[in-house]
Design a protein. Structure first.
Length: 686
């Protein structure tokens, strides 16, 4: 465990303005030093407005009770929904659902039963996720909330249990990327086409583990439903959040929403809407805000895009795929991505463009087309508008409001050899059924057209029209140099360090030269569900799936440095605890998988993202024989009070090869590390 400490006071100050992400975090951060302005890279404790969990609420509850907690800190902060496995009527699942409901009733937590809808949709419909607040959920698609100007980001189950018990958890403010949506969308092109194009055009991890802020002169012409779809799939793009600004289009959307929920709704009411208008003038990005990079895409140049097969990073125009005559077996209009009213009406227009129910385009023979609304409210509205009836007459098979086939649960999964096209967010191999099936993603209108045509095709083909000419999407990316970002920070004194926390961490860098080292490579899956694995055994098997020579080359006290997206894969916490068992207190990489980052801090393993350093080491060894694990002779010193990293050659006092500022490790995060991780900190608070 980390030890040795010195006392410091004061802090650094941000000279430049803040972006919208930083401003919202500033509002919901707790325990900040006086005058402290948060910035990307800082570790902060946050007290989110709300925290949602769904079918995983019972595992969170078990963890909550295992911490010794008996009463939720703030019952109004917590929301439980049931949405993932709602088609499962087995005794086991029904018992779990009943346990969640009983727990919520006992604690006084707002609870929404199976059938009410997908949790993220409920959070928006019921005003928990609200513009300019910070709302989290123990689900990766919490990014959705950014579509309404709410900073939404996922947390893991331990974080959720901590929030239940103490009202707060931690977050490292990520680098923020500005994504400019230039121009205006061509007629018929949707928000899904925008995000599928972004995932396909910028498919080199440009926004991995970034927060995204969308800008553009014509944003007000992008409907809120489109924004929700775009924000939702920033998850698949690799981002931790996807935030749209508060503008008149959004305020008008809430005014319309108010007519539906009535004047007495506890969270969506006239006073909150009036307050939102006032706050939006203050809580917006400053003119001199700093972004890590800027990506631009010209909406005028877009057409219908399709992602796949089996990857969101591969996209093509629907015209290109139509020419390939790719037969479709199943189609899906389900999930938190594209099952709102406008999506269902878009699909209904394809099957019944004239509105005459006697002139319906039927689903092609041999194709199964599954439809589920995002919520029971959406389903009622679709029935009232006639969209639901049109889809049923076309031959669609309806499912209850919930997740279902999107997560590989319930009716209608892909069988081996089948091809599916879906308006969901993920087409990972095997996610929606067999690993031997092919899955594509597209907008509701393209999915519907494909179901009618029996092959991947465009709405224009169904409607007997000609697709507009397409000459290619126009897009660009601009990185902001590291020194420009550092220049915005002035040093006024070191960060205060808690007793029990080291003032510096030093060790030799050991290079694990690979990108995407996954959690199975760090800690083999065969040990994951063995509860009796000793700490010594964990140390012995650490990284064995990555490199059999790791054990003989790495010593306690070394600092591991690896490539990009370190710790991708499953959510197993042992990937962090195995490294700690090996005596590794700090891992450096170009970037980390988000769940690994959270599991690391939650278990007192420190991490630093320094892409410059991994690039330097790769340049150094580019002409050397390949080694998976290599001792470098470079020593890293992390000066925690001054938030600075120095790397020297040959020894801790050798020639300096790199000096760089890093994010602050605030007192609240230090407390978590000193207590041995988040669970230990929660127990100390209780």
């Amino acid at each position: 465990m980390l030890r040795f400490a010195r006392q410091f006071s004061s802090t650094r100050h941000v000279l430049r303005g803040q972006n919208l992400t930083e401003k919202i975090v500033q509002t919901y951060a707790v325990g900040l030093a006086d005058g402290k302005k948060v910035a990307s890279g800082d570790y902060v404790s946050i007290q989110p407005a709300h925290c949602m969990s769904h079918d995983n609420s019972w595992p969170v509850a078990l963890k909550f009770m295992g911490l010794g907690a008996s009463k939720v800190k703030d019952r109004k902060q917590i929301v439980n929904t049931l949405d993932h496995d709602v088609q499962n009527t087995s005794e086991t699942n029904l018992t779990k659902y009943k346990n969640i409901e009983n727990f919520a009733k006992k604690q006084g937590i707002d609870f929404y039963p199976a059938g009410r809808g997908i949790g993220h949709q409920i959070m928006i419909e019921e005003g928990y996720a609200f513009p300019l607040n910070l709302t989290v959920a123990s689900d990766s698609h919490s990014n959705t909330y950014g579509g309404i100007g709410c900073l939404g980001t996922p947390v893991v189950r331990t974080d959720a249990a901590a929030i239940w018990a103490t009202g707060q958890t931690w977050w490292q403010i990520p680098p923020v990327a500005q994504v400019e949506l230039k121009g205006e969308l061509p007629h018929g092109v949707s928000g899904k086409d925008i995000i599928v194009a972004l995932c396909g055009v910028f498919n080199k991890d440009q926004v991995l583990n970034h927060a995204i802020e969308f800008t553009g002169q014509s944003l007000e012409k992008i409907p809120v439903d489109y924004r929700l779809t775009i924000a939702n799939m920033t998850t698949e793009w690799g981002a931790l959040s996807g935030l749209f600004p508060v503008d008149q289009t959004l305020v008008n959307w809430y005014s319309e929403r108010l007519q539906k929920v009535g004047p007495d709704h506890p969270r969506i009411n006239q006073s909150r809407i009036d307050e939102l208008t006032q706050k939006s003038h203050v809580l917006k990005a400053d003119d001199d805000a700093v972004y890590a990079k800027k990506l631009t895409i010209d909406l005028n140049t877009l057409t219908h895009y399709v992602s796949g097969p089996n990857s969101v990073k591969t996209s093509a125009t629907v015209q290109e795929l139509s020419e390939q005559d790719i037969k479709v077996n199943k189609a899906y209009l389900v999930s938190c991505t594209n099952s709102r009213l406008s999506d269902l009406e878009s699909a209904a227009h394809v099957v019944c463009p004239s509105g005459d129910l006697n002139k319906i385009h039927k689903v092609a023979p041999g194709v199964e087309f599954y439809v589920a609304a995002a919520s029971s409210e959406v389903e009622r509205d679709a029935k009232a508008s006639g969209a639901w009836e049109k889809l049923i007459r076309a031959g669609c098979k309806t499912l209850p409001a919930g997740c279902g086939p999107c997560i590989g649960l319930g009716t209608g999964l892909l069988e081996p050899g089948e091809v599916g096209i879906s308006a969901t967010n993920r087409n990972f191999k095997g996610r929606m059924g067999s690993k031997d099936a092919l899955a594509y993603l597209a907008s509701p209108s393209v999915v519907t057209a494909s179901a009618v045509l029996g092959k991947i095709g465009s709405p224009a083909e169904v409607l007997g029209q000609k697709d507009p000419a397409f000459s290619g999407v126009q897009a660009s990316v601009e990185d902001v140099p590291q020194k420009a970002a550092e220049a915005a920070v002035a040093e006024t004194g070191p960060v205060e360090m808690l007793k029990g926390f080291p003032s510096q961490i030093t060790g030799e860098l050991v290079l694990c030269d690979a990108d995407n080292i996954n959690t199975d490579g760090i800690y083999p899956g065969k040990y994951t569900y063995q509860d009796d694995v000793s700490r010594e055994k964990m140390a012995q098997v650490c990284m064995e799936n990555y490199d059999g020579e790791f054990q003989s080359k790495v010593n306690a006290g070394d600092i591991i440095i690896s490539g990009y997206n370190f710790g991708t894969g499953s959510s197993r916490e042992q990937a962090a605890t195995a490294l700690l068992a090996k005596g590794i207190d700090l891992v450096v990489s170009g970037s980390f998988g988000n769940i690994f980052s959270r599991n690391s801090i939650n278990n007192a393993l420190l991490t630093l993202e320094i892409p410059t350093l991994i690039d330097m080491l790769r340049e150094k060894y580019k002409d050397s024989p390949k080694e998976l694990t290599r001792r470098t002779g470079w020593f890293l010193k992390w000066d925690l009070p001054n938030s600075k990293v120095t790397v020297t050659e040959n020894s801790a006092n050798g020639p300096v090869v790199l000096e760089q500022k890093v994010g602050e490790l605030g007192k609240n995060l230090q407390e978590i590390i000193v207590k041995g991780g988040l669970e230990g900190w929660v127990k100390s608070q209780l």
